[in-house]
Write a protein that binds this ligand. Structure first.
Ligand SMILES: NC(=O)c1ccc[n+]([C@@H]2O[C@H](COP(=O)([O-])OP(=O)(O)OC[C@H]3O[C@@H](n4cnc5c(N)ncnc54)[C@H](OP(=O)(O)O)[C@@H]3O)[C@@H](O)[C@H]2O)c1
Length: 306
């Protein structure tokens, strides 16, 4: 079968190659992939990967062969899946704990945008109740950010979205953000919960903006910069905590079925807007990788696999 794999010599470090067909374990369904999405975390890993490494976490498709152990959806079911690498291919073997059936009205393209970005937003917002709280989301124009703004708003939060420029803030108020600001400023009011993914100076400023007893969830470092800060900006926020979040961590709940199914249901009934800024054929994948790297994607970039 064909797959997009890491290639250090190729533009965007990605190349279409022929790879062996998957051989599913008894607890895995064989899925014919119709759409996949790309995540910023994959861009960074691609640039450092060994030649030929298989990539891809998010996919939507049709069950070609149900899992041999009888778990999971039957052959022919439309599904959304999260796997730990290898989604950017014609077929994928997927543990049935990471497969959810798709509502009829949800397209493969919209579904493929959900797994990493959507489940990350959902699980971070479950760490603490957001009801009635002031929540700040950095990197809000991106994939995780746009889901986080919507889910936090629906959870009863007052959401402030932080973006890199006015233009990048397009559409965030419509998704529920009460405020959209360009760059963090130490003189802002404080926040109960901060979802922080830009890193560098953004995280340093966030440490001084969390209210006493509040929570900062650090889940990314899109700027790839180090964070330097005066510790007294943080300890005076008595009781505040900085907590890491990693969806791929070994101690994450392994069962993704409910979360994927919940997000798919919200998206199908338009409660969750899936902003597909870029949907292109996977033969033209490099232009999508370049757009994501250059911060030109509002929401998600999805590749169609014919
Ligand atoms: N820990 C986890 O489990 C987990 C899961 C998913 C994602 N992540 C991480 O979370 C971050 C967001 O992921 P995503 O998929 O939502 O990415 P994305 O769609 O590319 O969004 C990233 C956003 O960060 C902002 N940003 C600010 N400074 C940036 C810089 N110097 N370089 C690049 N972007 C910058 C951009 O906003 P503007 O364009 O407005 O400037 C962009 O909208 C990434 O760092 C990713 O690796 C972590």
């Amino acid at each position: 079968m064909r797959a997009l794999v890491a290639s250090s010599a190729a533009p965007e470090h990605i190349e279409m190659r022929t790879v062996p067909d998957p051989s599913p374990a008894p607890n895995e369904a064989l899925v014919r992939v119709h759409a996949v999405s790309i995540n910023r975390g994959e861009l960074h890993r691609l640039s450092q990967a060994e030649d030929g490494t298989r990539f891809g976490w998010d996919l939507a498709g049709t069950v070609e062969r149900a899992a041999a152990d009888g778990s999971g959806p039957a052959e022919g079911t439309r599904v959304v899946c999260f796997i730990r690498g290898g989604a950017w291919a014609e077929y994928a073997a997927v543990p049935t704990l990471r497969v959810a059936p798709l509502p009829e009205s949800l397209s493969f393209e919209a579904a493929a945008a959900l797994p990493v970005a959507g489940v990350t937003a959902l699980r971070m917002l479950r760490i603490d109740s957001v009801l009635g709280k002031r929540v700040l989301v950095t990197g809000a124009a991106g994939g995780v950010g746009r889901f986080a703004v919507q889910l936090a708003t629906q959870g009863g939060a007052h959401v402030t979205a932080v973006v890199g420029s006015e233009r990048r803030g397009r559409g965030l108020r419509e998704l529920g953000a009460e405020e959209v600001i360009v760059a963090l400023d130490p003189s802002l009011e404080s926040y109960d919960i901060i979802l922080e993914s830009v890193g560098g100076a953004s995280l340093a400023t966030a440490l001084g903006l969390v209210r006493p007893g509040g929570l900062i969830v650090s889940f990314g470092n899109s700027s790839r910069e180090e964070t330097t800060f005066m510790i007294n900006t943080f300890y005076v926020r008595h009781g505040a905590r900085l907590q890491g979040f990693l969806l791929l961590a070994p101690n994450q709940p392994p069962d993704f079925r409910d979360d994927l199914g919940y997000l798919a249901e919200l998206a199908a009934n338009d409660t969750l807007q899936v902003e597909l800024d870029l949907v292109i054929d996977w033969n033209d994948a490099r232009s999508a990788f370049a757009a994501l790297r250059e911060r030109r994607v509002h929401g998600k970039a999805v590749l169609r696999i014919e």
